[in-house]
Write a protein that binds this ligand. Structure first.
Ligand code: ADP
Ligand code: MG
Length: 340
């Protein structure tokens, strides 16, 4: 437990939609996590695990038809759940800066990049047009756009993908937010520019001394950038801890599987976790990972009882009935990761 009030504190968040039979379906099934001032938290998991919905809920931007059914989202101690749209919109620009996967969704194709940036500045700051334009150029310069005065006059389609994502990072920085949220910020980009964009993002965070939530399906990317991470699976958190402990002592079979696939990447017989996650409405009563887990074979507790996220002796949290065995190395479920 920490004495400081966290910047962001999500507690038992449940997000539901309505299923085909009219019953509520839990897309996010009771997750809790915190982000401290200035820290980088990674949210890692396969596609569909609930990463985006989690941060959309934080931003107050859940798609129509999805509801926060339970839980709280505290920003500097204040609960955002139930706040009116107007209040949330105000906060969104001032306190959070969001960077989406596809820069084209964040940029208006019909407006010049500089003008969009200046508008983002003016939305929340009482400055003249001229000052906003200056600030826009300054922001573009700080994300490494060369000749910003000239480039600002271009339209988004005249920029490369990497440059566009830099513009989106600049936009997210416009009002010195205390928290940046980046949802798969490099997934839509060429491999060669991914590293540049990540460096830009890291520099932006440094300049603002802001916290960062980095969402990615790529465990390596999270490890390079985040000091702490949560691993999501089927709308739940299955493991949480420092990056170091997650790599050295993973205590959930899913995390072990992710590590094993990471290590074997590029090998002839690269490892992939077999099977697929369950659809939220077909999530089993027990462990959602059981059907894909070696360790769960023949163990009824895995199929019958939902494992809770529990604190481990190493400070990580794991939601596995057999975390003790994994910890002691007595259950090398996925094998071959002892050389991590
Ligand atoms: N608007 C929506 N309506 C119904 N289900 C949705 C909607 N958006 C996402 N989902 C479902 O919620 C789950 C989590 O989605 P998401 O947060 O987008 O996952 P991730 O970002 O980890 O890939 C998935 O099963 C997805 O199909
Ligand atoms: Mg997503």
């Amino acid at each position: 437990m920490t004495e400081r009030i966290p910047l962001l504190q999500v507690e038992n968040l449940v997000i539901t939609t309505t299923g085909p039979d009219g019953e509520p379906v839990r897309l996010i099934d009771g997750i809790s996590f915190e982000v401290q001032e200035g820290e980088v938290l990674g949210i890692v998991g396969e596609s569909g695990s609930g990463k985006s919905l989690t941060v959309l809920a934080v931003m107050g931007l859940l798609p129509v038809g999805l509801d926060i059914a339970e839980g709280s989202i505290r920003w500097r101690g204040k609960d955002l759940v139930g706040l009116r749209d107007r209040e949330l919109r105000q906060m969104r620009g001032n306190d959070f800066g969001m960077i989406f996967q596809d820069p084209m969704t964040a940029l208006n194709p019909l407006r010049r990049v500089g003008a969009q940036l200046a508008e983002a500045v003016r939305l929340h700051q009482n400055v003249t047009r001229g000052q906003a334009r200056e600030r826009a150029h300054e922001l573009l310069r700080s994300v490494g756009v060369p000749e910003p005065e000239k480039r600002a006059k271009a339209y988004p389609h005249e920029w490369s993908g990497g440059m566009r994502q830099r513009a989106v990072i600049a936009m997210a920085m416009a009002n010195d937010p205390a928290l940046l949220i980046a949802d798969e910020p490099t997934t839509a980009l060429d491999v060669t520019v991914q590293a540049q964009v990540m460096r830009t993002l890291a520099a932006a965070r440094e300049e603002l001394s802001s916290a960062l939530i980095l969402i990615t399906h790529d465990l390596a990317l999270a490890a390079q950038n985040a000091s702490r991470m949560i691993i999501m699976y089927s709308g739940r958190i299955v493991e949480a801890g420092t990056t170091r402990e997650i790599f050295l002592h993973p205590t959930h079979p899913y995390t072990q599987g992710l590590l094993k696939s990471l290590i074997s990447e590029g090998d002839e017989r690269a490892y992939a976790i077999p099977g697929n996650p369950p659809l939220p409405r077909l999530r089993p009563v027990g462990c959602a990972f059981a059907a894909r887990c070696e360790l769960a074979k023949g163990r009824s507790v895995c199929t019958d009882v939902r494992p809770e996220l529990e604190l481990r002796p190493n400070g990580s949290y794991s939601a596995c009935h057999f975390a003790d065995e994994l910890d002691a190395g007595r259950a090398p479920t996925t094998g071959g990761i002892s050389h991590v």
